[in-house]
Design a protein around this ligand. Structure first.
Ligand SMILES: C[S@@+](CC[C@H](N)C(=O)[O-])C[C@H]1O[C@@H](n2cnc3c(N)ncnc32)[C@H](O)[C@@H]1O
Length: 473
């Protein structure tokens, strides 16, 4: 099985993407590379995009997904996306939790749109736990139904990062959709790998000597917090011997009067450094976060923990590999056969506009000829049998005038169409060969020659005719 092609929506800094591809080390464990390659990634925020671009060979597009035409996304087997979660998060009460009634809460429809239009074999969507209860429990069934209506068998689960070797109690919902029923039946979400022996926060906390002064809270902030603490549950110093509470995108604003997790070590309160935050999210230490602290915290807090998604995608790749991988060689991302045959029927191979134009011009000059003679190999578009002259009017696209350029431009069903063009080219050569060997002269005109230089084409035809052509009476 060759690498499966992946398109990533709302890619952020790439936590989901890294976990899906695999091939990294975290806390002395290797997370094997999966047979996958990202062919497209998009996010409309330039800051996480620049982090993304420093860490992946392919580059992400900085665009609003609602403005992206699905045909501009290259063919792919898997669509992934952690669609924006603010509208569903129980933490996000200000603005209130509007769920799917909020414009941001409707962005999952963008995933649904791409699924409907591009029909990849499967998808993985990720979101916060709050999505299960948003809109009095009405949002989630609607989301699942929309994915089902797009043509997928759909399943979901709630996973806790701390069950998968990550020192954070982050709970996230994963929705997996697979078009092929048998592969779907073969898929099982991963079971916890560290159900009892959780990884403690201390595993990823830096030595205090290595922590810059700016990460410590001032005495004033501590006094304020101590006064308020009796009344409110604030100053959430984390237990170093257990996984950390969920970290959020607001980590840069973590204060002692907020609910954000902080550290209390050697009688001093401090926030996490960006490196610690990245480790809490299970990014490997060689993942580059070169932005400002604020931007790094934001991208990190928004990310899907790579190790967590590695386990989910590992289960998906196992389901595919062990059971039904031929779906990746045949049906994938191709237009369904019914639509394709309709599309094909719309493409004329006989009596095309350029053929009609050339014939009409010749006719008006008084020349008479045969049209697509069945008894002549290759059925030329125009034939002058008495002069043994065969003429073909070729579309530059279908007959591969500039093959490399043409193939590069094909956005949908790439393999199918490029294969077709290649075959046309091979057939053209064969026809030329056969006819010339049989004593015929073969002339081929490209569509732009006929469209923009018709007189030249006629002259060329006349030059090849030694005897005067039979004119109409
Ligand atoms: C939860 S984060 C995704 C994090 C990412 N999956 C990761 O693992 O690193 C959601 C992302 O959606 C992006 N986003 C929100 N609305 C968008 C839109 N209309 N078009 C493109 N990206 C959008 C945000 O900039 C944010 O980076």
């Amino acid at each position: 099985m060759g690498p499966l092609k992946v398109a990533s929506l709302f890619c952020g800094c790439g936590g989901l993407d890294l976990g899906l591809i695999g091939g990294f080390e975290y806390l002395n464990k290797q997370y094997a590379k999966h047979p996958a390659e990202i062919v497209y990634a998009v996010d409309f925020d330039p800051y996480p995009c620049s982090i993304y671009n420093e860490n992946f060979e392919h580059k992400c597009h900085t665009e609003d997904i609602t403005k992206v035409n699905s045909s501009d996304i290259p063919p792919h087997h898997i669509l992934i996306g952690g669609f924006p979660c603010q509208s569903f998060s129980v933490v996000a009460q200000n603005p209130p939790r509007l769920g799917y009634k909020d414009i941001k809460g409707q962005l999952f429809f963008e995933m649904v749109r791409i699924l409907k239009e591009r029909k990849p074999a499967m998808f993985i969507a990720e979101n916060v736990k709050g999505i299960l209860s948003a809109n009095q429990g009405q949002a989630f069934p609607l989301i699942l139904e929309s994915f089902r209506n797009a043509g997928y068998h759909v399943t979901y689960t709630l996973l806790n990062s701390s069950d998968f070797g990550i020192p954070q109690k982050r709970e996230r919902v994963f929705i997996v959709g697979i078009r092929d029923k048998k592969t779907f039946e073969n898929f099982k979400f991963p079971t916890p790998v560290t159900p009892k022996e959780k990884i403690p926060l201390s595993r990823v906390v830096l030595n205090e000597h290595d922590v810059c002064e700016k990460y410590y809270f001032s005495d004033k902030a501590i006094e304020g917090m101590i006064k308020a603490k009796d009344k409110m549950n604030k100053g959430r110093a984390q237990n170093l011997d257990a996984p950390c509470n969920t970290i959020s995108a607001h980590l840069s604003k973590a204060s002692l009067n907020s609910v954000d997790p902080v550290l209390y070590i050697n009688n001093k309160y401090r926030r996490f450094t960006p490196l610690e935050a990245a480790r809490i999210q299970s990014f490997p230490d060689d993942f580059i976060f070169s932005g400002s602290d604020t931007r790094n915290y934001r991208a990190i807090g928004n990310a899907v923990p790579p190790v967590l998604i590695w386990h989910v995608s590992d289960a998906l790749f196992k389901a595919v590999k062990s059971f039904n991988n031929q779906i990746f060689q045949t049906e994938l991302y191709k237009t369904d056969p019914e639509k394709r045959s309709y599309n094909m029927s719309q493409i004329k191979s006989k009596n095309t506009k350029i053929e009609l134009k050339l014939r009409k011009a010749l006719w008006n000059k008084g020349y008479r000829y045969r049209v697509c003679p069945k008894d002549l190999f290759g059925k030329p578009d125009i034939a002058f049998p008495s002069h043994k002259l065969a003429i073909f009017c070729d579309s530059a696209f279908w007959h591969g005038k500039k093959l490399d350029e043409t193939v590069e431009k094909i956005k949908t069903n790439h393999e199918y169409w490029s294969d077709k063009i290649m075959k046309n080219k091979v057939r053209d050569d064969k026809v030329n060969d056969y006819l010339t060997k049989s004593g015929w002269t073969v002339l081929r005109f490209w569509d732009d020659e006929i469209n923009y230089n018709l007189e030249n084409c006629i002259k060329n035809i006349e030059d090849h005719i030694k005897l005067p052509l039979k004119k109409a009476a």
